[in-house]
Design a protein around this ligand. Sequence first.
Ligand code: NAD
Length: 287
Amino acid sequence: MSERITGHTELIGLMAYPIRHSSSPAMQNEAFAKLGYDYAYLAFEVGADEIEDAVKAIRTLKMRGSNVSMPNKTLVGQYLDELSPAAEMCGAVNTIVNDHGHLTGHITDGIGFMAALKDNNIDAIGKKMTIVGAGGAATAIEIQAALDGVGEIVIFNRKDEFWDRAVSTVEKINTRTSSHAVLYDLADLDQLKKEMADSYIFVNATGVGMKPLEGQSVVPDKSYFRPELIVVDVPYSPLETAMRSMAKEVGCKTMNGLGMMLFQGSAAFELWTGEPMPIEHMKEILN
Ligand code: NAD
C-alpha cells in the first residue's frame, strides 16, 4: 500500500458509524491496486451530527467521492447538489461522486442486486418478482427493479415501522415507472403462497436469516416453493440460511447476498473511475 500512495493519490471515503467492521476498504483498495488506479479508500467514523461537515470536507479536500452507510444514508442527500433518479426515489444515498465540486448522490444497492442476478444468468426483466422487505436494502432493490423493467413487483412486509415506507415505494413505482407494484401484510400467508406460486423470482430482503434472526425464515415451509422458482437472499452472514436450504431441497436455483454486496461496490467503483471492478479477481479474493 505505502508504495502505491503518492502526492497525486486521490481520496475516497466511507462515512458511517459504526464502520470499523466494514469489508469495503479492503475490497475497494484491492480493486484500485489491481487496475493501477491512483485512489485510496478509507473508512471514517462519521455519525448523523457530523455528516454535513463531512460533506463539506469532500468538497474542501477535493476527494473523488465517498460511500455512505448508516446512519447517514437518508440524511446526506440534502447536502448534495444532485441525486440520481433511484437515490431520489429511495430517499437514500450510498455513493457520492465529486465532479469538480458538484456532488451527486447515487444508491448502488439496487444496481448491485440487479447486476448480481445478471451475473447468475437470472433475467427478471418483464417478469414477476415477489419480495419481502421494506427497509433500506428492500427499497433499493424494489425501486431499481422497477426502473430496470421488472414487470410486476409484489411486496410483503410486517405491519411494523417500515410499513409506511412500503406504501410510499408502491406509490412511486406505480406512478413513476412502467412496472406495477402491490403491497401485502406478511401475516397473510395464503396471499404469500398465492403470489409465490406464479412468480419468476422470490427475494428475502429483510434481516431474517441473519444474526440475531439466524435460523429463521420469512417463508414458513417447503410447500411455498416449486423447482422453477428462483430464490434469493439478501442477508449474507451466515451465507447459508434456513430459507435457502428449504428452497434447495425443493430444487430451486438460489442466490445468496454476497453477489449484491460485491456488485454494489463495483457500481460505486465504476461511478468514481469510469470502469467496472475486476470482478473475477474480486470473487477470488472474497472466496
Ligand atoms: P432495515 O432495518 O432497513 O430493514 C429491516 C427489514 O426487515 C424491514 O422490512 C423489517 O420489516 C424486516 N424485519 C425485521 N425483523 C423481521 C421479522 N422478524 N420478520 C419479518 N420481517 C422482519 O435493514 P436493511 O438495511 O434493509 O437490511 C436488511 C438485510 O439485508 C440485512 O440482513 C442486511 O445485512 C442485508 N443487506 C445486504 C446487502 C447486500 O449487499 N447483500 C446490502 C444491504 C443490506
